[in-house]
Design a protein around this ligand. Structure first.
Ligand code: HEM
Length: 181
């Protein structure tokens, strides 16, 4: 009989702990730009990312661009007919990007998922901080890095240009940001 009470007590405790573990899944940092939000958590050698924007087209992030879009590790995604597509791209030109796979690298995105609701598109994924891929770039969790955030409009196509794009300096460990463009 005692055993049953023990099991019941454990069950109640577990149910109580559930909202806690869900809130623990919340991201360490949230950063808002115009109609777009970038949330992230650094965990050991990984970065967990959530990108949301007011668009039914694509949302994207570009790590460490060098000259306009050139040299950036770009992760871009959209949701079409309930299906999410997240691409690992590289800024191979000042004004363009191509998938790592087409350039000879790999798609290093881990666990991509996403949703499109009420005109908002969200993509969620994890990246290794240093994938070793020639078309990615090591993400430095300390110090100052550059990050591009952008979203397209309407069309679910990676070729469709941005409706909005911005460039910031960011410190992934402190959450500090500074607008560059
Ligand atoms: C989908 C294909 C894309 C096309 C055709 C495209 C095209 C362009 C063009 C023509 C410009 C120069 C004009 C301007 O400043 O608006 C530009 C700039 C820029 N793009 Fe894109 N873009 C694309 C995707 C992206 C993505 C995915 C990102 C971010 C992840 C991005 C971020 C930026 C930024 C930050 C600038 C300003 C760069 C600077 O002047 O320093 N673009 N893009």
């Amino acid at each position: 009989m005692k055993k049953i009470y023990l099991i019941l007590a454990m069950f109640v405790l577990m149910t109580m702990a559930l909202p806690l573990s869900l809130s623990a899944m919340e991201y360490q940092y949230k950063f808002d730009v115009k109609n777009m939000q970038f949330s992230w958590t650094i965990e050991k050698d990984l970065i967990h990312v959530k990108l949301s924007a007011k668009t039914t087209g694509w949302v994207a992030i570009g790590f460490d661009p060098e000259n306009a879009m050139q040299g950036a590790n770009i992760i871009i995604g959209f949701v079409k007919d309930g299906k999410v597509k997240v691409g690992d791209h590289y800024g191979n030109r000042k004004r363009g990007h191509k998938s790592d796979e087409k350039l000879g690298g790999k798609n290093n995105v881990i666990n991509p998922s996403g949703s499109e609701e009420n005109g908002m598109t969200t993509i969620i994924f994890t990246l290794p901080l240093d994938s070793g891929d020639a078309y990615d770039k090591p993400i430095n969790p300390e110090g100052i890095s550059r990050v591009m955030l952008a979203y397209g409009a309407g069309k679910d196509s990676f070729r469709n240009r941005h409706k909005y794009r911005t460039l910031y300096e960011i410190n992934y460990s402190t959450g500090e940001t500074k607008k560059i463009k």
